[in-house]
Each structure stands twice: as structure tokens, then as C-alpha cells.
Design a protein. Sequence first.
Length: 391
Amino acid sequence: MSTAITGARVVPVVGEPIDRGTVLFEAGKIVAVEGPGFAVPADAEVVDAAGKWVLPGFIDAHAHLGLHEEAEGWAGRDVNELTKPVTPYVRALDGINPAEQGFRDAIGGGVLAVNINPGSGNPIGGQTVAVKCWGRVVDQMVLREPSGLKSALGENPKRVYGERKETPATRLGTAAVIREAFVQAGNYLAKLAAAQDQPPDERKPVDRDLGLEALARVLRREIPWRQHCHRADDIATAIRISREFGYQLVIDHGTEAHLLADLIAAESIPVVIGPLFTARSKVELRNRSLANPGRLAAAGIMIAITTDHPVVPINFLIHQASLAVKEGLDPATALQAVTINPALEPGKDADLVIWSGDPLDVTSRAERAYQDGREIYAYDYDRRAGVVREP
């Protein structure tokens, strides 16, 4: 059976908004996005959304949802494997608790997908995973795994290992540890290639190494290198190392990325910027500003906005975008920064949200949410609370 959301202001993100539009979906996929006059199939369930806005579900491109659980203390903190500085073999997937309250908060804030990263205590922290925000077990929620490999420059690894009097205790030590790991991964790939060049009857297997396998995927450009860095000098180091080894770089946080905007734009490096609702709690954040997303976008850089949940609660993702608009970010770009991957168009998953009004207006709220065409959330005005359907 198909479902038609009718009469709404439909914002597909990839095209112009449609007033009094219709979104038709069936079997979990969007079938049509049309304007007034569209003939809704006679057997379709009709959801009257007159006066509402319909948008794709938002994506938070960098969060620790389900890994750093709220209100659980140490028992729910699985975000950093700090037993050694290089841990590319660990997978965020293995530590995510889909029952965490944060997933329900995300849905209530219109966030239906999230890229979950290990933490930033290690120079190489582990494999990231992109998931939908509703499901019983995380394996059923996965969109892409791994979706990247997390690395950190700057204060965090320097503090963690410096306090132990271990390597790396400095910025140059952190960069050296990363380089050494990539050299080992390159050697591993060379061994694999050499083994393949041997006649089958003489070919000897190369011992598997899960860490080097993960790094090899970065070197082959199969997954991006997700580089935690705030300060401009750390961003320059990130670019320098990516040039040396030829991998696809994504800058995460990028607090001072605007100071190198021309260099970042010239390299076509995307920036996942944020969190934006924080105090300047450390030196790296002294140039934090809600105007920075607009500055990056104006320089031609592709941006996404992140809460870094639980640093900022994930349901505040759209409010960060709203305040960035207040400080100069184009509204259309702000919506792209939180939606462009799941934009409304035929053939894509029917993951969408009905809003009471413009989501960039902080008084608007998500009223209904659909994942794969199934309603998973509704706001109850009598109870003044959102209700998430049990998976």
C-alpha cells in the first residue's frame, strides 16, 4: 500500500520547494515528489499536511550516539579505546547501544541518520559507521560500514598520551605515529600484491592484520580519513599527510578552517563543522564562531554541521543550522548541510519528517517521522511529548 503526504510545503533540498506538494511513497521508497494537481492513487493512504513542511530526515555527520551513552556514566562510555594510540581495527559498530535515549531524542529532532565515530583520544581511533536512528539491533540500522576511519590531531591525543609519558606527547609525535601506520599499511599492500604476482602453486598466504586491512582501505580510497582537527596548524598537517599518502580527507570540527578556506577549497576537502553550541573550553576553540559555517560555504567548501553528540544534544542539530543562518549562512546551504544525502527524490528511501513549519524557525517542531515509509514518531500535543514507536 502506498502513502501520500499532501498539501505541504515540500522541500526536496535537491530542487526548489514545492508549495501544496505531494510526496508519494510505497514499499519504503519515494515514488513521486509532485506539485498541486497530482493525482494521488485511489488506494493510497492520504496524510493531510496542509500548512506543514516536509523535508528529508536530517543527518548528523559526526556524533558518538550509542557509544557515549547519556546518564550511564562509565558503564555506557565506549567511545575511546585508549589502551594504545593506534587502534584502526576497532569498529564503532561493536559498541553502539540502539536502546540509548539519544536515538529517540534524535528522531524527535528530525535526525533520522547519523555517522557514528569513535572518539578523538587516539591518533588513529577506529572505524566509523553510518546508521539509521531507529531499530532493534544496530546491524539492522546500518547504512554503510565502515563509513570512514577516525583519526585525531591536536590537543586530545597529546594530552592523553603526554600525561602517561608515552608517545605521542606532542603534535609532531602524533603526526609521526600516523605516518608510521600508513607506511606499515603500504608495506602490507605491497606484500599482498607480491603474493598475487606469484604462480598459484607457489603463492604463500600473507598473514592477516585487521588494523592494516582497515588502513589499506583508506589508501585505496575505499573509505575516507575522518580527521579530527580544530586549529589551523593541525588542519595544515592533515592536508600535508593526506597529500603524502593520497587518501580522501574529511576535516572534522574545523574550528579554524575559515583561516585556511582558500587552501581547503583548492583541495576540494569537505568540512564537518561543529559543535557550534559550546563554550571556548580549550585553546583549540578560541576561534569558535557561529559565523564560521557561512565563511566556509562562501569560499566554496562543502560543509556539514555536527552536534558531536553528546557534546551538544543531537536534537539541537537544526538549531545550530538556524543560528549559523543568523550569522550569514545561506538558508538553502544550511539545509543541505544537514540533509543533502537523503534528499527527497524518487528512488530514495522514504525517510522523511513532517514539520509544523520551517525547521529553521526554532519554534517549529517535528510532528511525524517516517523511516523506510513506516511512521516511527508522532508528537502528542496533549501530552506535550514525542512518541517513538517501539522497533
